[in-house]
Design a protein around this ligand. Structure first.
Ligand code: F1P
Length: 337
C-alpha cells in the first residue's frame, strides 16, 4: 500500500519543497486579481491558498473550479482588469485545467503560474511561470502529500512575494513540526475504528475551510462515506439537524475562535453527536476527542499541521472497513475526457 507511506513521509517532502521554493525566483508583476484554479483536491487546495495569499500579500485572490474559467467566463473575468491565474494540478494533465489554460492563452490581460508535481507536464508548458515539485511522486490515486506540499509551496510563494520575513520564518518551521506530529500517527484510529459512527462532518473556517472540504474528499474517496463540510458557525444554521448518535463532527479549531468553538461543541453534544477537535486548544477546552496542535505559529502558518491527521482518519477507516485506500472506487489518478 502506498497511501500510508505517502502520508507519513510528508515531513521529509515538505523540507525539500521549502528548500526548492525559497530559492526559486519569480516575476513580480502587478495584477488586479489572482484566480486560484484546480479540480477536486486541487480546487480545495486553491480555496485555502487563495485565502492565505490575500492575507499575506494584501492583493485580491479567489478560488474557482478550473472548469468555471471556460464555462462561466462572464462571471469570473472582466476585460479591463489584469489577472494572474494560478493553475494547480498534481498530474499537470487533468482535462479541465488544460482546457482552462488553453482558453486563456493569448489574452493580453492574463498571466499564468502553474504548480504541479510533474514539471514536464502540459500544464507547465502552457504557463508563463511554473513551480515544479518533481520530488513528489505519489503512486496512490488519492492525493495526500501532494496536497500539503503544493499548499505549502504556494504559502512560501506568497510570503516571498510579500517579502514577509516573519511568515517565511514561521513557514520554515513547518516540516519539523509536521514530523513530530506524525510520531503520533495513530491518534485518529480510535474514532476511525468505531463503526457505530457513520456520518462525518468537517468544520473549518477561513483558511481552514478548504482543508475541511479536502478532508471530506479523502473520506469519500477512501471509504465511500457520505460526508459534509461547512464553515464552523454555519453548521448551526440548518445542518445541525442531521446530528444523531452516529455523527462525528471534526472541528478544526484555532485560538482566535476557541470560545465560539467550545459553544459549538456543547451544541453538538446536546443533540447527541460526538466531536473530534483538532487545534492548539487550551487546557480548559473540552471535546469528546482532541488532537492538540503546536501553538507557536500564527494561525495562517499552522495550516499544513491540520492535514496529516485528517488524511489518517480516512486511511484508518478504510483499513477497518477492508478497503484498499490506494484504489478508490470509480476513480483514476488523473481524470481526462
Ligand atoms: C485532481 C483529481 C484529484 C482526485 C483524483 C483525480 O487531480 O481530481 O483531486 O483525487 O486523483 O484527480 P490533479 O489535477 O491535481 O492531478
Amino acid at each position: 500500500m502506498h497511501t500510508d507511506h505517502e502520508i507519513l513521509d510528508q515531513a521529509n517532502q515538505l523540507q525539500i519543497t521549502f528548500n526548492e521554493v525559497i530559492n526559486q525566483s519569480f516575476e513580480n508583476n502587478q495584477y488586479d486579481m489572482h484566480l486560484f484554479i484546480g479540480c477536486g483536491t486541487s480546487f480545495y487546495l486553491a480555496a485555502s491558498a487563495a485565502r492565505y495569499f490575500q492575507a499575506v500579500t494584501g492583493e485580491f485572490a479567489v478560488a474557482l473550479p478550473a472548469s468555471e474559467i471556460f464555462l462561466d467566463t462572464d462571471s469570473v473575468l472582466s476585460g479591463n482588469k489584469k489577472y494572474q491565474v494560478m493553475a494547480i494540478s498534481r498530474s499537470g494533465t487533468t482535462s479541465e485545467i488544460i482546457a482552462a489554460l488553453k482558453f486563456l492563452q493569448g489574452r493580453p490581460n492574463v498571466e499564468t503560474l502553474s504548480i504541479t508535481c510533474h514539471g514536464e507536464s502540459e500544464i507547465a508548458k502552457l504557463s508563463d511561470q511554473s513551480i515544479a515539485l518533481n520530488h513528489i511522486n505519489e503512486k496512490s490515486v488519492v492525493m495526500t502529500q501532494s496536497f500539503s506540499n503544493m499548499l505549502y509551496a504556494l504559502q512560501i510563494f506568497a510570503a516571498k512575494k510579500a517579502a514577509s520575513a516573519k511568515d517565511l520564518d514561521e513557514l520554515k518551521a513547518v516540516p519539523k513540526l509536521t514530523g513530530s506530529l506524525l510520531d503520533n500517527w495513530e491518534k485518529t484510529k480510535e474514532v476511525a475504528d468505531q463503526l457505530s459512527y457513520q456520518r462525518f462532518v468537517f468544520l473549518g473556517s477561513g483558511y481552514y475551510n478548504g482543508i475541511a472540504k479536502e478532508a471530506t474528499l479523502k473520506l469519500k474517496e477512501m471509504t465511500q462515506t457520505e460526508c459534509e463540510s461547512y464553515s464552523n458557525l454555519e453548521f448551526r444554521h440548518g445542518p445541525i439537524s442531521i446530528v444523531d448518535a452516529s455523527t462525528v463532527v471534526v472541528l478544526l479549531s484555532k485560538p482566535e475562535t476557541e470560545a465560539l468553538d467550545q459553544d459549538l461543541v456543547r451544541d453538538i453534544q446536546k443533540v447527541g453527536g460526538k466531536v473530534l477537535t483538532i487545534g492548539p486548544v487550551s487546557e480548559t477546552f473540552t471535546s469528546d476527542y482532541t488532537i492538540q496542535l503546536e501553538a507557536s505559529l500564527a494561525n495562517r502558518n499552522r495550516l499544513v499541521l491540520y492535514i496529516p491527521h485528517l488524511q489518517l482518519l480516512a486511511y484508518h477507516r478504510a483499513i477497518k472497513l477492508g478497503y484498499n485506500p490506494d484504489q478508490p472506487r470509480n476513480l483514476t489518478q488523473v481524470v481526462t475526457v
